[in-house]
Design a protein around this ligand. Structure first.
Ligand code: SAM
Length: 272
């Protein structure tokens, strides 16, 4: 059994380290802060002028993106309907979620989130939360027809979790994103930006938080701090920015990683 354990980050909130990914779920500079500053605020979801807001959260983890979203929404006394879908394949975080407290008003919301982690579906004053427990590549196919105003793209890092960073996966997300909707992510890696570009997105710079580099924002329309033509050309023309491929949306992690390296090697050999 691979180990999992909680660590305290610099903003005082806990993150979970998973041996399976050799990685913690959040930046050590502040777990909750990362949710707020990398996803909720840059997504613009709280300013979105729709009567019903739909949000897709990829990688429920400890539920901090969901918590920060609901907390900010309630702080604004927003009374609109908010539908949150969160995708997670691991059902074994309960003991960690149950041991986390914030010692403020977030605890009530977190209790609701923790109950929903058990039941899969819950409602808090008109806020609907559904957690779909499966491989996100399968779950997104059950969401066709729903248009999301924000998508929080928050898996583990690309080299550890490549199945949720391929061009084919981003093509699926594009089908789910509302016009003017925004995808937020902490990654600024060129091969991830290229996957998003190849999926048809406009790419903008996301905020940088703590010691981490800037993130990336993606939209089907123009976006703030958009990369210019030369920057995009440089990404596309760089062999090292070869994106992950997963045409059947079912390949194993190792296969996705190996195929990418093989493709880079073949291109280099053809150039020689
Ligand atoms: N957003 C989370 C939070 O606010 O606490 C942190 C997410 S953590 C970095 C990434 C999550 O993605 C983990 O919980 C992991 O189990 C989940 N995950 C990884 N691969 C997945 C997949 N193929 N399908 C669904 N969930 C996946």
């Amino acid at each position: 059994m691979k180990k999992k354990y909680l660590l305290t980050t610099e903003d005082g909130t806990a993150t979970l380290f998973l041996e399976e990914y050799e990685q913690a779920m959040h930046s050590m500079s502040g777990a909750y802060e990362e949710s707020l500053l990398k996803h909720i605020i840059p997504s613009g979801i709280l300013e979105c002028e729709k009567d019903i807001l739909n949000v897709l959260d990829v990688g429920f983890g400890l539920g901090y993106n969901v918590l920060a979203l609901i907390n900010e929404f309630l702080n604004k006394n927003d009374t609109r309907k908010l539908n949150i879908y969160s995708l997670e394949k691991d059902r074994n975080f309960m003991e960690f979620i149950n041991s986390i407290t914030f010692n403020d008003s977030r605890d009530n919301i977190y209790s609701f989130i923790s109950e929903t982690y058990l039941s899969g579906e819950g409602n808090l004053n008109g806020i609907n939360l559904k957690i779909l427990f499966d491989d996100a590549r399968k779950s997104i196919k059950n969401l066709y027809g729903t248009k999301f105003h924000a998508i929080f793209q928050d898996p583990f890092s690309p080299s550890k979790n490549p199945e949720l960073w391929s061009t084919d996966y981003f093509i699926e997300l594009k089908k789910l994103l509302a016009e003017n909707g925004i995808i937020t992510t902490y990654s600024s890696a060129d091969h991830i930006r290229r996957a998003m570009i190849e999926a048809g997105f406009h790419i903008g710079r996301g905020p940088s938080v703590g010691k981490k580099r800037e993130g990336t924002l993606a939209s089907s329309c123009n976006i703030t701090r958009e990369l210019d033509k030369d920057e995009i050309k440089a990404i596309i023309n760089n062999i090292k920015s070869m994106p992950y491929e997963d045409p059947g949306l079912n390949a194993e992690r190792e296969t996705i990683l190996e195929n990418r390296l093989l493709k880079i090697k073949n291109i280099k050999n053809n150039i020689k």
